[in-house]
Design a binder for this molecule. Structure first.
Ligand SMILES: [Zn+2]
Length: 302
């Protein structure tokens, strides 16, 4: 892969006089390895050993890479009276910068595979796409920022407890980490906008605009889909609405942050025991990773 890229670069100037060759900063295959590592821990259900191991892994990895790491730890008492240990990680780059953007994903896995296509709702969700893909994308971004630091402030937020409880009726014991973050934001400049990445590695990736994003922060939806179009990704980022979802972006919106959801909700293995590594791809991570990096670089040049 690296060799091929070097060869292409050496030929490019001859082919395109004066045009800068576009180098991909985001490395989809290595981001995919972050996804595999998470799934190998087992379902990252709060209160279980895989959750503890993933907590330690994220902590050590982000501590080495971020300019500043903020770890939020607290206990959440569920409607049933169980006490769950919760952890949010906020990896900050250029922490003093006035102008900043926030990218986030949830890192927990759902304890019950109770989706419409599930064959066994007593099993937990392996979370290759649901949880695993968003985290893999953010970790891929940390590699990019390590090589070339951003000129704008970047906050990468890994929230816990998105998927623990019940989304039907009045949502209960879900979006726990994003709600906590909304109430406990670090002091200093707030992000100009936030993008949530969820379910973004489906092999058949198609990302439509999400309803609550269009209502809560339409200008951010336009910015993201325009950026995708500029990158030639209009085949994946489709400029029309489709689903309206309850997801972590709503808790950030409630806290005053212009937050949207980048999500492919047409995933037949959603909340099933079959949300496994063979259903997702490095190529899809590459597409969304290119978009995420373009958002960061774009704010750094204006
Ligand atoms: Zn989920």
């Amino acid at each position: 892969m690296r060799k091929l890229l070097a060869l292409v670069l050496s030929v490019m100037p001859l082919l395109a006089c004066g045009e800068k060759p576009r180098v991909k900063e985001f490395d989809g295959p290595s981001a995919f390895r972050y996804l595999e590592t998470q799934v190998a821990f087992g379902p990252r259900v709060p209160g279980t050993e895989p959750h503890r191991r993933m907590d330690a892994w994220l902590d050590s990895l982000l501590r080495r890479r971020a300019d500043t790491l903020i770890v939020q730890r607290w206990n959440h008492v569920t409607a049933k009276g169980d006490t769950l240990p919760m952890v949010n990680f906020l990896a900050r780059y250029q922490p003093a910068a006035e102008k900043r953007i926030l990218l986030l994903a949830h890192w927990d896995s759902r304890p019950h595979a109770d989706g419409p296509n599930s064959r066994d709702s007593t099993l937990p969700v392996p979370g290759a796409n649901d949880g695993g893909s968003g985290v893999a994308l953010l970790l891929g971004v940390t590699d990019v920022l390590e090589r070339t630091p951003p000129t704008v402030g970047v906050d990468l937020l890994f929230v816990d407890g998105e998927d623990y409880g019940d989304f039907t009726g009045t949502p209960q014991d879900v979006l726990i980490g994003s709600r906590y973050y909304g109430a406990h934001q670090p002091p200093g400049p707030a992000p100009i906008y936030a993008v949530l990445f969820d379910l973004i590695a489906d092999k058949e990736l198609q990302i439509y605009q999400e309803g609550n994003s269009l209502v809560g922060a339409p200008e951010v939806v336009s910015l993201v889909w325009d950026t995708a179009k500029d990158l030639g990704l209009a085949g994946t980022f489709i400029s029309s609405p489709r689903h309206t979802l309850i997801d972590d972006h709503l808790e950030l919106q409630k806290a005053g942050i212009r937050a949207i959801d980048v999500v492919d909700f047409d995933y037949q293995f959603w909340h099933t025991p079959d949300d496994t590594v063979d259903k997702v791809s490095a190529q899809s991570l590459q597409v969304v990773g290119d978009l995420a990096v373009a958002l960061i670089r774009r704010e750094g040049t204006t």
